[in-house]
Ligand binder design. Structure first.
Ligand SMILES: *[C@@H]1O[C@H](CO)[C@@H](O)[C@H](O)[C@H]1NC(C)=O
Ligand SMILES: *[C@@H]1O[C@H](CO)[C@@H](O)[C@H](O)[C@H]1NC(C)=O
Length: 247
């Protein structure tokens, strides 16, 4: 259709284009938990007693009491008798249904002397971390591989940006303690070592030898440190071996 006088079709196209540009200018990426659609929504595990859905199923408000908003075990230390000498107890939606739809969670991190809260990240939440007892070396790494690190003392608070790998190492010969808060009811936790060396099923050795530029012995040694499953040297699957046998 030819339109010589700048008629309806070009005008419509122009209007649509302008509206799209306008919309893009004011578009703000929103990666946090959804805004609550009512005062509260205490989670329930039994779907039969649920009446409203917003995130987790909501408990019937008529059945909600003050106890649904209380978690009373935050004073209980995690067991630090493990290889790293630290234990992070994440009080999130999985442990405390009262946080459902509220966009918050907490953690207490207990450190044995010289214990390490191993390098990890939280895919869905920013973290604010307060040292309650002890002195620690802490840091995080940006997506450009820049390390921001520092020594934290009792009373210091640090922010770990969402999704960035971070860690804390107790520098003291006594136990240390920190409290952390998250801007998500379910921030998640991904340990760097486990996500490479303790996956189910195992990542192919060909991927890890090439990725880390070391031979299989080193990969198996690292696996044996992190994987809870029975590690036998010969069980590693190898696509390259398979292909070399096929072709
Ligand atoms: C952390 O502490 C809890 C409670 O004592 C325990 O069940 C859990 O196994 C500990 N985690 C690690 C990694 O030691
Ligand atoms: C580990 O695997 C070996 C060889 O398959 C087997 O003999 C052994 O019983 C296994 N150990 C455990 C703890 O599963």
């Amino acid at each position: 259709m030819v339109n010589t006088k700048g008629g309806n079709i070009p005008k419509l196209a122009m209007t649509t284009f302008c509206m799209a540009v306008f919309a893009m200018m004011f578009y703000v990426a929103n990666a946090s938990d959804p805004t609550p659609l009512q005062d509260f929504c205490v989670g329930v595990n039994d779907p039969n007693s649920a009446v409203v859905v917003n995130g987790r199923l909501c408990k019937n408000p008529n059945d909600v009491t003050i106890n649904d908003f209380l978690y009373k075990r935050f004073n209980v230390p995690g067991d630090t008798n493990n290889a790293q000498g630290a234990n992070a107890t994440l009080v999130d939606i999985n442990l405390f249904l009262g946080v459902n739809t509220q966009g918050v969670a907490m953690a207490r991190v207990d450190f044995a002397p010289y214990g390490l809260n191993t390098p990890h990240l939280h895919p869905r939440g920013s973290e604010i971390f307060a040292v309650v007892e002890g002195t620690m070396y802490a840091g995080f790494v940006t997506s450009g591989y820049k390390l921001y690190d520092t020594i934290l003392k009792k009373g210091d608070v640090i922010v770990f940006p969402q999704g960035l790998i971070h860690f804390q190492l107790n520098l003291g010969r006594t136990e240390a303690l920190a409290y952390a808060s998250f801007g998500s009811q379910n921030p998640g936790r991904v340990n760097v070592a486990d996500s490479v060396f303790a996956t189910t099923p195992r990542i192919l050795n060909d991927v890890l030898t090439k990725g880390f530029q070391v031979d299989e012995v080193v990969i198996e040694q690292l696996r044996s440190q992190f994987s809870p499953e029975n590690i036998s040297f010969n069980t590693g699957r190898s696509i390259l071996k398979l292909l070399s046998q096929t072709f």
